[in-house]
Design a protein around this ligand. Structure first.
Ligand SMILES: NC(=O)C1=CN([C@@H]2O[C@H](COP(=O)(O)OP(=O)(O)OC[C@H]3O[C@@H](n4cnc5c(N)ncnc54)[C@H](O)[C@@H]3O)[C@@H](O)[C@H]2O)C=CC1
Ligand SMILES: O=C(CO)COP(=O)(O)O
Length: 308
């Protein structure tokens, strides 16, 4: 394809990986980070695509900084952040779309542990947008023989799959840390997916999206890998460390910690049952030990698997 000029915002693990993928495909890539020397204005100049790979806590602020700078009306935004805004409960794509109502916004999300991608191990992802041509542009830019990119028309579903699985990954880390076995892990991940679908449907996401790469796919990757920071949080808590100690030594961001708080609040407001998320929240708040969280989940009222 033609060379595209791409601005990548965020030079952490994921921003750097996405920059490498686009550079390897021959595109002109400029990276901005708040610690770097290049100004946001210079990095954004002539960008046809702006990729946001910043942690959730920086998205609103960076989006408003970008708003104050000259941007071509043709520029497409691609968001790769997996989190929820604590103040508004908005997803990152909703924040970018609100800041740029007349621009195309694409969500990029999938089972994409950055360390594996940095080693050029094969992986697949999803680019989702209500504007098909925008998703197809992102697909062309990032596709390679080592990175297979699928389009999808359900951006909120794709985005929530990547965001909500982080909370279940914390629980999966606890499960492995306590050595609860394969049956327990399968039950946890499957019931976790049920919880994800329940709250995802409230946001308007399609159920089928959660069975795809950005839902089940990312859930499996993150719940089964010690490379996942969210999994590490749970694993180390099961080993008796405090959340403060774990986060102080964690390489990069574990978005599930903040996402969990937002989800519990929303689930209460909307009367949505999220027992695993609730126990993860209580564990993160030091209200229960990992073993107590497990016991509370196991002795809940017995019920049908699905409420049809
Ligand atoms: N690392 C991974 O394997 C993957 C990460 N993600 C998601 O991508 C996002 C970033 O993750 P990582 O790169 O791993 O995290 P990281 O911690 O390595 O990097 C975060 C980046 O965000 C920037 N940032 C943080 N707060 C900011 C603020 N207030 N203003 C401006 N910039 C700010 C940091 O300077 C840094 O460049 C997260 O939402 C994560 O869930 C998605 C897929 C894979
Ligand atoms: O989202 C990811 C893999 O798809 C990365 O997971 P962590 O943020 O838990 O490391």
């Amino acid at each position: 394809m033609q060379k595209t000029t791409i601005a990548i915002l965020g030079a952490g693990a994921w921003g750097a990986s996405l920059a490498n993928l686009a550079t390897a495909n021959g595109h002109i890539v400029r990276v901005w980070s708040r610690q770097g020397s290049a100004t946001l204005k210079a990095v954004l100049q002539d960008a046809q695509i702006v990729v946001s790979a910043i942690s959730m806590k920086g998205v609103r602020d960076v989006a408003s900084q970008v708003q104050s700078l000259p941007i071509s009306p043709e520029t497409t935004f691609v968001t790769a952040t997996k989190g929820l805004d604590p103040q508004t409960t908005r997803t990152p794509s909703q924040i970018w779309q609100t800041a740029f109502p007349n621009h195309a916004v694409v969500v990029l999300s999938g089972p994409n542990l950055s360390q594996e991608i940095q080693q050029s191990l094969p992986a697949a992802t999803v680019v989702a947008s209500s504007i098909t041509t925008a998703a197809e542009l992102a697909q062309l830019v990032f596709s390679s023989p080592r990175f297979r990119v699928y389009t999808n028309p359900d951006p909120v579903g794709v985005e929530l799959g990547g965001t909500l699985k982080n909370v279940i990954a914390i629980a999966a880390g606890v499960c492995d840390g306590l050595q609860l076995g394969t049956n327990a892990k399968a039950a946890l991940v499957t019931r976790g997916l049920t919880e994800i679908i329940r709250i995802g449907n409230f946001w308007g996401a399609k159920t089928e999206t959660f069975y795809g790469l950005s839902g089940l796919g990312d859930l499996l990757a993150t719940c089964n890998s010690s490379l996942s920071r969210n999994y590490q949080v749970g694993y180390q808590m099961a080993g008796g460390k405090t959340l403060t100690d774990i986060l102080a030594n964690l390489p990069g961001t574990a978005e599930g910690v903040n996402t969990c708080e937002v989800l519990v609040r929303l689930a209460k407001q909307q009367n949505i049952t999220m027992p695993i998320t609730e126990q993860v929240y209580r564990l993160l708040q030091s209200e229960v030990t990992p073993r107590q969280a497990l016991d509370e989940l196991m002795v809940r009222d017995i019920k049908p698997e699905y409420n049809y």
